[in-house]
Design a binder for this molecule. Structure first.
Ligand code: FAD
Length: 471
């Protein structure tokens, strides 16, 4: 087999692998990026981007239907799902095409092939077009193989009646009923997408509340909205299987010791994702995995094996695109000989539900567990002029500070544009800001960002537009 020599090989062109490859090229490392499927990985093809496209389109439909009190009546929207899918696919192909160009432009070689590790520094590439295999000999190896959805017994995913997130994103019709198994981020984002188009949504959640990764008070706002839009949330519910009757699927679940059935036309299984750390020869290198199968890495994203690194979903939570990208860039600098470590103080988390939730830093319970005596400042969007003007007053901003020195520990937003508001919070935490830093920063009016400033002032007992507690 022909041998190709490279300084670095990156396996997987997701949001972990491709930024790593680009940065390697920028830094003058002779590198190759190998991807067996599409450039951009889950995020660009089957995750962040296609889901956000459908979410924004359906939000528009929902908003138009609820504008009568503003003096605007549009009537019921007609939904052309196949057309929406074509629009969504156009966005995806623009972005994925751009990834290839960026990688090549950086000087890194992009190859479509399946990678299999043969031993230290040796990787076999098998091409989809039948071209003979190649061997790559590399000094540095970056594993960026990502994650795949977890399946559960009783629900074999056929991407027709039973779908995972990938299948749900391809739906070209609006189901009358959807049962979503799992009340986590992905399930609720997709469930609410179809709910906004008229689907009756039932969420079956095994725990005692949805969105267990978020503070309870934030998750409650989304739970209320799902119910207000006609959906049902069943907690402590373990889905067991389904049968077909009268043209419907009947999903069976144990709910508090009782067996219940829920009707569906489509079942969405969204119970989490597992790392892709097996099946491509990683074991031949002796790379250590943790008890959940994630690759163990240190602060420089190095595994226990010298010059083998891992980035993104394959090396653990949070499974987020921006976390993967940051790790990829860190690794490129490490390989290029820079003294870089991954010392991000916070990885902001965004949930694109209705309303959106976004968090940076510690939650209430986490802050207390870490030994902080905390003060909380809150500002509701119901009294924000900007929120009223855009007719999206549901939610609030919560700022958690350490009472001893007013250091910002966490900022949490549930409400309009939370996804964009959280960047200010991430910067504040990254820079070790105090509540005064946010409170004394003049925020433009009228904006949603003022709510972050007011919440910081509220934590200090100095809010102007909401009553203060005595400190
Ligand atoms: P992946 O994107 O999984 O990429 C890994 C790549 O490696 C794949 O392309 C795969 O084909 C390739 N590969 C695997 N094995 C081999 C091999 N042997 N040879 C060659 N190639 C191989 N995150 C956010 O931050 N914001 C969001 O809004 C968001 N929304 C999401 C919505 C959905 C529905 C889903 C499913 C996920 C979402 N995520 C979101 C999560 C985000 O998509 C992931 O965190 C991100 O894709 C992880 O990137 P990665 O590079 O680690 O892995």
């Amino acid at each position: 087999m022909p041998t190709i020599k490279k300084q670095a090989l990156v396996i997987g062109a997701g949001t972990g692998g491709y930024p790593c490859a680009i940065r390697l090229g920028q830094l003058g490392v002779d590198a190759m990026l190998v991807e067996k499927a599409e450039p951009g990985g889950v995020c660009l093809n089957w995750g962040c981007i296609p889901s956000k496209a459908l979410i924004s389109a359906t939000k528009l439909a929902h908003k138009a239907q609820h504008a009568e009190h503003m003096g605007l009546s549009f009537g019921a929207p007609t939904t052309d799902m196949p057309k929406m899918q074509v629009w969504k696919a156009g966005i995806v192909s623009k972005l994925t095409g751009g990834v290839k160009q960026l990688v090549k432009g950086s000087g890194t070689q992009y190859v479509t092939a399946t990678a299999e590790i043969l031993g230290p520094g040796r990787v076999k590439l098998s091409y989809p077009d039948g071209k003979p295999d190649d061997i790559v000999e590399c000094e540095h190896l970056v594993i960026a193989t990502g994650s795949v959805p977890i399946e559960i017994p009783g629900f074999s995913v056929d991407q027709d009646k039973v779908r995972d997130s990938t299948g749900a994103l391809e739906l070209d019709f609006v189901p009358e009923h959807m049962v979503c198994i799992g009340g986590g981020i992905i399930g609720l984002e997709l469930g609410q997408t179809f709910q906004r188009l008229g689907t009756k949504l039932t969420v079956l959640e095994g725990l005692d509340r949805i969105l267990s990764v978020c503070d309870k008070d934030l998750a409650q706002v989304v739970a209320r909205q799902i119910k207000q839009d006609g959906g049902e949330i069943v907690t402590n519910a373990m889905a067991k299987g389904f049968s077909e009757r009268d043209g419907k699927l009947w999903v069976r679940a144990e709910v508090g010791g009782e067996s219940k059935e829920f009707p569906a036309d489509v079942v969405l299984v969204a119970v989490g994702r597992r790392p892709v750390a097996k099946g491509f020869g990683l074991d031949k290198l002796g790379v250590e995995l943790d008890e959940r199968g994630f690759i163990k890495v240190d602060a420089r994203q190095q595994t226990n094996v010298a010059k083998v690194y891992a980035v993104g979903d394959v090396c653990g939570q949070p499974m987020l695109a921006h976390k993967a990208s940051h790790e990829g860039e860190v690794v490129a600098e490490v390989i290029a000989g820079k003294n870089t470590v991954n010392d991000a103080r916070t990885i902001p988390n965004v949930v694109f539900t209705e309303p959106e939730i976004a968090s940076a830093g510690l939650g209430e319970a986490e802050a207390k567990q870490a030994g902080h005596t905390i003060e909380i400042g809150k500002f509701p969007f119901s009294i924000s002029g900007r929120a009223m003007a855009i007719d999206e007053t549901n939610g609030f901003v919560k700022v958690i500070i350490d009472k001893s020195d007013n250091r910002v520990l966490g900022i949490h937003v549930v409400g309009p544009e939370a996804s964009d508001l959280i960047s200010e919070a991430a910067l504040a935490i990254e820079m070790g800001a105090f509540a005064e830093d946010i409170a004394l920063t003049v925020h433009p009016h009228p904006t949603l960002g003022e709510a972050v400033m007011e919440a910081a002032k509220h934590a200090l007992g100095e809010a102007i537009h909401v009553g203060n507690r005595r400190r």
